[in-house]
Design a protein around this ligand. Structure first.
Ligand SMILES: Nc1nc2c(ncn2[C@@H]2O[C@H](COP(=O)(O)OP(=O)(O)OP(=O)(O)O)[C@@H](O)[C@H]2O)c(=O)[nH]1
Ligand SMILES: [Mg+2]
Length: 409
């Protein structure tokens, strides 16, 4: 069973550490170098969000995680993640690699905007003295480039569409716009919200000016592709002050200090058995007796960094994107609500991510269309109570679905 259909997009200026973040999160080796435009073709992989596994709350010793991973009481739930080529200012006019490659993040649900918080790369991504480039400018430029790309898609044939709708060619204008923008992963709710957010609900579409359309684009971006600022290279001294300034400047966008390179080293050291480390933890333990001296020195520095910032930030960023920005909750479907097992007797095998506000029937649909269609009732395995189709799921609910389809089976 698929845990989620969420796609996380990694975007940003070239040479900020996007691929390093990707590699740290997915444990897939990809080219990383200190120069602009290393990544050309996108990297696609699986990253994980991290939650306390519900087996702890239920007083169980262990579980048999199947569509996700349970490690030391933590459930790691997979999401898709994509790392694309870097942007430079003017990308929408074709500078650098241009912005056509953003097509690969068209369907992303949330964006990780990786920036060089240390200011050690200029606006073209060339290495410069740390502190010489202002990451606040970088964020502005990158959001501008991204929205210019969306604008170029949205404005295509816009006048024709607007006229068609306004002359009565179509009744459901929101539905029509949604359909037009579905390639951007835009839903009906997004379109309705964006129109409101831009104060355009009472304006005829054909009388929207280009600045109205830009405002609409910006709102569509905000509702359909929320951003988390990944303040990367936070391990360089110049980053700390910049992070404070970024947080002052962007009160409505989360700013997560990260050291992707540290996370990458920890993951590699862990897989080689040199350290014991659970992604996202505040600390790690060196377990190998013969750690090379140089690595030992690097690990000490990473430990200092984690004491200062709480963690490397990579896991925190993924969790922020999925649980806060996308308001997802984790739900555990089971067959046996007393033993918390599936048909094969596996304890709590699956975790499903669903948007907050989803119902018991939504969960049934996510498991299988037929289960949704023939839903009869469900059981909350924690309380053993029978619940109806419109029961709003809580985070960490354990649910048995009873359906005609399942009875036949
Ligand atoms: N100090 C420090 N350096 C980092 C960090 N993350 C990445 N780097 C370095 O930044 C440089 C660029 O890293 P990449 O991951 O290739 O950057 P990118 O954004 O994917 O770059 P392009 O694909 O070329 O656009 C490399 O030298 C990395 O080692 C970090 O957290 N701290
Ligand atoms: Mg790259």
């Amino acid at each position: 069973m698929e845990a989620s259909s969420i796609l996380v997009g990694i975007v940003g200026k070239t040479n900020t550490g996007k691929s390093t973040f990707f590699s740290a999160a997915t444990e897939i080796d990809v080219p990383i170098e200190n120069r602009p435009f290393v990544t050309i073709d996108p990297n696609i992989g699986v990253a994980y969000v991290k939650r306390k596994c519900v087996h702890l709350e239920l007083g169980l010793i262990a579980c048999n995680a199947s569509n996700s991973i349970c490690k030391s009481g933590w459930r790691f739930i997979p999401v898709k993640i994509i790392d694309v080529a870097g942007l430079v200012p003017g990308a929408h006019e074709g500078r650098g690699l241009g912005n056509m490659f953003l097509d690969h993040v068209r369907r992303a649900d949330v964006l990780l905007l990786v920036i060089d918080a240390s200011g050690s790369t200029d606006e073209e991504g060339r290495p410069v003295k740390p502190g010489s480039f202002d990451p606040i400018i970088e964020v502005k430029q990158m959001i501008y480039e991204f929205e210019e790309w969306m604008y170029s898609i949205i404005r295509k044939d816009w006048e024709k569409i607007a006229r068609y709708i306004d002359t009565g060619g179509i009744q459901d204008s929101i539905g029509f716009i949604t359909q037009r923008l579905s390639g951007l992963g835009v839903s009906r709710r997004h379109v309705a919200e964006a129109i409101q957010l831009s104060g355009l609900e009472n304006k005829k579409l054909s009388s929207w000016t280009s600045s109205d359309l830009r405002r609409f684009t910006s709102s569509i971006r905000r509702v359909s592709k929320p951003i988390v600022i990944i303040a990367n290279k936070a391990d360089i001294d110049t980053a700390e002050d910049n992070i404070k300034r970024l947080r002052d400047e962007y009160k409505d966008i989360p700013v997560i200090p990260t050291s992707s390179v540290s996370e990458l080293i920890l993951r590699k050291s862990s897989s080689k058995g040199i350290i014991e480390y659970i992604p996202g933890d505040r600390e790690f333990k060196i377990i190998s007796k013969n750690t090379p001296r140089e690595l030992s020195r690097i690990l000490d520095k990473i430990a200092d960094y984690m004491r200062k910032w709480g963690s490397t930030g990579v896991q925190e960023a993924l969790n922020e994107a999925v649980f806060n920005q996308l308001s997802q909750i984790a739900v555990y479907p089971v067959e046996d609500h007393n033993k918390y097992t599936d048909k094969q007797g596996r304890i709590l095998p699956d975790t499903i991510l669903l948007p907050r506000g989803s119902t018991a029937r939504d969960l049934a649909y996510r498991i299988h269309t037929e289960l949704g269609e023939t839903f009869i009732y469900a059981i909350n395995a924690k309380t053993k109570q029978r619940i109806g189709e419109s029961y709003i799921l809580n985070d960490n609910d354990v649910i048995k679905i009873v359906a005609v389809a399942a009875r036949k089976a």
